[in-house]
Design a binder for this molecule. Sequence first.
Ligand SMILES: [Zn+2]
Length: 159
Amino acid sequence: MIKSRNLVAILLTASLLINGSCVKDEEPQYLIDVPLQEYFDRFASEAALRNVVIDYKEMMISGDIRVISTPNVIGQCGHTEEEPNVVIVDKFYWDDADELEREFLVFHELGHCALKRGHIDDSDIQGNCVSMMTSGTGLCNINYTTATREDLLDELFTF
Ligand SMILES: [Zn+2]
């Protein structure tokens, strides 16, 4: 889950856990919303560069852009019967976010859904988060730029 107030992203530990009871005959489809596809593809490419194999079908990961009604929440990794592993991105945040904000959000949620990572809030001596998996509760500052991206991606995939 990611929460945000304006440009300061606040990330909270959470994932949706909803247990249903219906049985489906059909093969489930794990769909990735079209605007998210390039970010999912890029996540898999960056993973491959670091010898991590990402197969969304195998992992049953889907991706949805929708309105998240919980205040300040901009992203979640959810688990339901129909969508066992779904990256949910808030439509309003997405529409206003820049390229790096979008990438950070999707990669953070895929860190939960695809890499099964939890949150880490360690900071460097300048107080910046050492991981994209920060909970965003104010323990470190998110500093995701073209200059810090490579190191943060290394940490994301080779923790
Ligand atoms: Zn999170």
